[in-house]
Design a protein around this ligand. Structure first.
Ligand code: PRP
Ligand code: URA
Length: 212
């Protein structure tokens, strides 16, 4: 596996919050809050290499050269439903980012993704795209999302932010797209017979929206 394209966020605060997220007794309210907080922390790492440009500004004291984010504008693309839980955290960091949506659900029998909705910013091809989804299990959903974005004209590195990844999902996504960079808070042991991540945190969408 090309681990150069995988960044594990090992910050102690992230690992602490992830453990609370994994606990089956954590309420939906706290789960939602933690997903959002973790997305903010992870977004901090995922934006570490954004280019800067010089600008001249005036402080109350004098004129000076300062730095601001340059380069491509950003788009955040959650994979519905669970990805929605990460959007606010990323937008807190990048308030001007546009948000695109990709609706996908996994067939319970085949574990294959089915796309049911899409709405991307009209200029997505010119943007730096960050895809967000808490879970990377088989990798089918993320790989389909990346393929969809490439077909929509997105070039360059696409950043994929997840909270928990299975090795199988990492392999699949890295093989599916040669210019993806994956950010995750943990690489777990693997998948169970229902293709859920072990130890994982269960069904992220159900836990965020309280649907089970
Ligand atoms: C979950 C999760 C990912 C996908 C991961 O979504 O949010 O999108 O499964 O699994 P994969 O890597 O094997 O494709 P789910 O299909 O449960 O839909 P939901 O977000 O609407 O609950
Ligand atoms: N989707 C989830 O929400 N959890 C998993 O463990 C796998 C897929």
């Amino acid at each position: 596996m090309d681990l150069e394209r995988v960044k594990v966020i090992d910050h102690p605060m992230v690992q602490h919050k992830l453990s609370i997220l994994r606990n089956k007794d954590t309420s939906s309210k706290q789960f939602r809050e933690l997903v959002s907080e973790l997305a903010l922390f992870e977004g901090y790492e995922a934006t570490r290499d954004l280019p800067l440009e010089k600008v001249v500004i005036e402080t109350p004291i004098c004129e000076t050269e300062a730095l601001r984010i340059g380069g491509k504008k950003l788009a955040v693309v959650p994979i519905l439903r669970a990805g929605l839980g990460m959007v606010d955290g990323v937008l807190e960091l990048i308030p001007a980012a546009r948000v695109g949506h990709l609706g996908m659900y996994r067939d319970e029998e085949t574990h294959l993704p089915h796309a049911y909705y899409d709405k991307l910013p009209s200029d997505v091809a010119e943007r730096q795209v960050i895809v967000v989804d808490p879970m990377l299990a088989t990798g089918g959903s993320a790989a389909a999302a990346l393929q969809y974005l490439r077909e929509a004209g997105v070039t360059g590195t696409i950043k994929l932010m997840v909270l928990v990844a299975a090795p199988e999902g990492l392999e699949t996504v890295l093989a599916a797209d040669e210019d993806v960079m994956i950010y995750t808070c943990a690489i777990d042991e693997g998948l169970n017979e229902a293709a859920y991540i072990v130890p994982g945190l269960g069904d992220a969408g159900d836990r965020i929206f309280g649907t089970k």
